[in-house]
Design a protein around this ligand. Structure first.
Ligand code: ASP
Length: 343
């Protein structure tokens, strides 16, 4: 064996110590929904509005990480901004259910101890992700629904808003088109008509989410949504279902999904990505790509954003586009909307 000289040995040992004590690279990834999002359907003005909204949420969430803050706070900050933005299907701007009202779902998960909180079918909570966080931190439960969730919110003094606060003109028009199409479902021309009437809003999901790795090595994920247009009978999608639309575990990764929720629940998407990493030794990119391919095999569409405990990211989707943005500690950052590198 070759013996190292004393100075070289010192450099080697210092290198090892730095590697052992180096803090993890803060990383944030956000999404604003996947779907048939095509440049041809979007005016340059609309496109820049979406890009600006994603950039603002990314910057606000990343500022938390840069200041040494927790992944949990970074994802909460980013998702609250996206909920407040009327462009996305979460909080203000959420899609309407069959009764013409907004019913919101959200979840959050802490990768340190896999604590989780979720709400489903709430109608008056301005920021459902904040309530999901309170379910995680202030209650012994993981998921609260409907009126019960709102009663819990009242005990904590959550600000409430009338349901109209969430409804935008654009979503109401989209809902009216969806109802017209549904009423004509028996009509033989229905399918042709559907293709003609579907605007970009009808063919994209629009849920929002964020995943983060902080300097302390902790992962977190959060997702918030209005669900699917014209949903009925208290339908709940994957977003608030821990392991389907949202999952975080420091040992593997943090994931937030968007897409046709029924398929994402059946494929247990977010947890399956973590499980493939844990049990099969797959990388984040391999696991996320395989799970989205599996969703496609079931007939489902959508995508995920994910970050692992070393700051690797993956953003696979099987739709033409997905509103998404990410930033790493190396300074690399992007805001993308369309497929294949967004170019
Ligand atoms: N996954 C959501 C749901 O099924 C929809 C979306 O991603 O926009 O409720």
């Amino acid at each position: 064996m070759k013996i190292m000289s004393a100075p070289r040995l010192l450099v080697f040992l210092l290198g090892c110590m730095t590697a052992a004590t180096a803090s993890p690279p803060p990383t944030l990834v956000i999404h604003g929904g996947a779907g048939v999002i095509l440049r041809a359907d979007m005016s340059p003005g609309q496109e820049s509005e979406y890009r600006a909204a994603l950039q603002a949420a990314l910057d606000a969430g990343y500022a938390v990480l840069e200041a040494g803050g927790a992944a949990l706070d970074a994802v909460t900050t980013a998702v609250v901004l996206l909920e407040d933005c009327p462009l996305f299907n979460a909080g203000r701007g959420a899609v309407l259910n069959a009764e013409g009202a907004c019913e919101l779902d959200a979840a959050i998960m802490d990768g340190r101890d896999r604590a989780a909180g979720a709400v489903a079918g709430v109608r008056h909570i301005r920021n459902p992700v904040r309530l999901a966080r309170d379910v995680m931190e202030q209650s012994p439960h993981v998921m609260l629904t409907g009126e019960g969730a709102e009663q819990f919110a009242a005990t904590l003094g959550h600000a409430t808003v009338p349901n109209d606060y969430f409804i935008t003109e654009r979503r109401r028009a989209q809902w009216e088109r969806a109802r017209e199409l549904e009423a004509r479902r028996q009509d033989t021309t229905f399918l042709e008509e559907k293709v003609r009437l579907d605007g970009p809003d009808e063919r994209k999901f629009g849920t929002v989410g964020a995943v983060a790795l902080d300097r302390h090595g902790n992962l977190a994920a959060a997702t918030s949504t209005g669900g699917m247009t014209n949903k009925k009978y208290g339908r709940v999608g994957d977003s608030p279902v821990i392991g389907a639309g949202t999952y975080a575990d420091n040992r593997t990764c943090a994931v937030s999904a968007t897409g046709h929720g029924e398929f994402f629940i059946r494929a247990v998407v977010a947890h399956d990505i973590a499980a493939r990493m844990a049990h099969r030794g797959e990388t984040l990119a391999e696991a996320a790509a395989a799970v989205i391919a599996g969703v496609g095999e079931l007939g489902g569409t959508g995508g995920v954003i994910a970050v692992d405990a070393r700051g690797h990211i993956a953003l696979p989707f099987n739709t033409p586009g997905m509103y998404r943005a990410w930033r790493k500690s190396t300074g690399e950052s992007a805001v993308e909307i369309f497929g294949a590198g967004d170019r």
